[in-house]
Design a protein around this ligand. Structure first.
Ligand code: ATP
Ligand code: MG
Length: 282
């Protein structure tokens, strides 16, 4: 049996996480995670602070060891040479660039090529890659600007360009919307959505902005120690249901969701933030 969406022809998931538990400080911080992501999906991950979202990303990247279970990227372990350079990672603190280092936007983006085995090779092709990455995120005009003189939104675009420059098809973004105003947020989300549709890139993005995720992601995951919801944004639980989910141990088995409901919008801005509700429940 496969939960591959009918629209995707390829059977091998881009990301396959099976029965993964990760332990930190002798405590299981994520438990029994099961997840399959296929090429071209835009998956939004939400959950309260300390829920294990960044831990899951670090395990996917192979930076943290799994206590049990397996993670495969295109059928290969994360740290294998076939996977090297295929995942573009924007870490939770990526846009906090050191203030005492003078770096232009172009230089910052070029750092993404350190991943690449041919970094010391011909400058020409690398220059083209950097041009392309700057163009993709729409900041070509800022290439000579000092990174400390960028707005929050421009800085996020620059760190995304750094993640893209190695040619990564799988973008893993940890809270890229933090510190951005509404206009920059919307344009960044539009850019990421375009990456999925036009370039078949796959996005795995953590955000506390549940309304933005409901409007943009094709699939949403609610993670709190384990996956408590995995499905289309239209089926994302109401705040009341989420509060209920918190008390239920294992409701994620199966992950059968209606992929036909992809690309739906409809975030409800009138409702309170999920995390306010969860705080109230404590
Ligand atoms: N380096 C670390 N060493 C030990 N424990 C850690 C470390 N980093 C995080 N933790 C713990 O692991 C748990 C999950 O943390 P994680 O950073 O994955 O949460 P998160 O969902 O990303 O939270 P946030 O929304 O605040 O970024 C928390 O209890 C946290 O205290
Ligand atoms: Mg985090």
């Amino acid at each position: 049996m496969s939960d591959a969406p009918a629209t995707h022809q390829v059977d091998v998931p881009l990301l396959q996480v099976e029965g993964v538990t990760v332990r930190r400080n002798r405590q299981d911080v994520i438990k029994d995670i099961n997840l399959k992501i296929y090429s071209g999906e835009f998956v939004g991950v939400v959950g309260p602070n300390g829920a294990g979202k960044s831990t899951l990303i670090q395990a996917i990247l192979g930076l943290l060891k799994c206590q049990s279970g397996t993670i495969l990227v295109s059928g290969k372990p994360p740290m294998s040479k076939e996977v090297f350079g295929k995942i573009g990672w924007v870490s939770q603190a990526a846009s906090h660039l050191p203030k005492n280092v003078r770096l232009t936007v172009r230089e910052l983006v070029s750092l993404g090529l350190f991943n690449n085995t041919n970094w010391f090779g011909l400058g020409g092709s690398n220059a083209t890659r950097i041009d392309e990455a700057l163009r993709m995120v729409g900041i070509e005009h800022l290439e000579s600007r000092d990174v400390n003189q960028l707005s929050g939104g421009e800085r996020q675009r620059a760190v995304i360009a750094r993640a893209l420059v190695s040619g990564a098809d799988f973008l893993v973004l940890d809270e890229p919307l933090v510190g951005m105003d509404r206009v920059s947020r919307t344009s960044l989300l539009k850019l990421l959505d375009d990456f999925c549709h036009d370039q078949k890139k796959t996005i795995f993005m953590i955000s506390h902005d549940i309304a933005a995720m409901r409007q943009t992601a094709h699939r949403m995951i609610y993670l709190e120690e384990t996956i408590r919801f995995d499905g289309p944004p239209t089926k994302f639980p109401s705040l009341e249901e989420l509060a209920l989910l918190r008390g239920i141990e294992d409701v994620h088995g199966g992950h059968h969701y209606d992929h036909a409901a992809e690309h739906c919008g409809g975030g409800d801005h009138s409702k309170p933030n999920i995390y306010d509700l969860l705080k109230e429940a404590e």
